[in-house]
Write a protein that binds this ligand. Sequence first.
Ligand SMILES: Cc1ncc(COP(=O)(O)O)c(C=O)c1O
Length: 363
Amino acid sequence: MSLIPTTDRLLLGPGPSPVLPRVLQAMTAPQRSHLDPDMLALLDDLRRRLHGLFNVNAEGIAFAVSGTGSSGLETAVANVVAPGDRVLCIVTGYFGDRLAQVCERYGAEVTRLTGEWGRAIDPEQVRVAMEHAPFRAVTVVHAETSTGVLQPVQAIAAIAREHGVTSIVDAVTSLGAHPVDVDGWGLDVVYSCSQKGVGAPSGFAPIAFNAATRAAAKSRSFYLDLPLLEGYWIKRGYHHTISTPLVYALHEALAVIDEETMPARSARHARVHGEFVGALAEMGLSVLPPEGERLWTLNAVRIPERVTDEAKVRVALRDTHGIEIGAGLGPLAGKVWRVGLMGAGATSENVQRLVAALKTEIG
Ligand SMILES: Cc1ncc(COP(=O)(O)O)c(C=O)c1O
């Protein structure tokens, strides 16, 4: 008997999100090797689409790192941060802390600017920190998946620029759902993943460097070295054996985004998030962040006191209703459920299905 699943599971956790049949289908197209002309033409078009999605001009670069979102994180850090550099890491959740840890591993002298889990940071705190000491870079998570909070990256990047500090932005849970605008917002390096708002399976980390950060990139990592990666993506020399089916899937997912258009896609995510929060309110439930700081993609739902075993509810949702939601991370474990409504998963039907199942399980 094969262990490969044959039944559907509605993926409404923190990621991966559901993948459209046409994207899954693309993965079964005939195989090409990593230097085949067909593959190189596909990679050129993939880069073109990513330039559009990130809004980064031709002096900068947008492409996809082979690896999950964490490989994008590490590529950003590896190419910007050198041993001894001072880096300001904004930590208001689990993934902000991961960025700080990776900067430390790359030898940075890290200052953590910590904020409450579940709230956005006040950009003025960033200004104060930068006026206090010189930093090489600042790290910030646009969409903090552990808390469901959208951070004001545009304001933070503007302050960073005034101080000559390079901004490293994690857009893992925002790209393809919330607007992300590298050139318009003055961001320096931004990375994401393929499996959330973008709508492909995991395995790629779309990433964008603006012109200045691209030109200055220098890395101790071989696999994540930007000039070497450009050597493959642009100069067409072997660097690593990119995954053909994953390229097909990412390309198809980007085609879906271009067909829908980002403004319409963002509006869909905002609307579906609003429907979910409204339905929660009718059940007497709420999300952790205050209005105005909430992600559309990830809802951190406060677990009501009447639920004594939250894990049992998640298991029932999965095994009885075929729906996956996520548990809380770190200090929010046992306090919130994480419900992702992103990519192809952000639909009114999915909200209705989840709300009906939740009503059955917790009343
Ligand atoms: C904000 C954020 N950053 C980084 C990551 C790491 O991505 P991956 O698990 O794809 O390596 C995640 C994963 O969920 C995330 O939510």
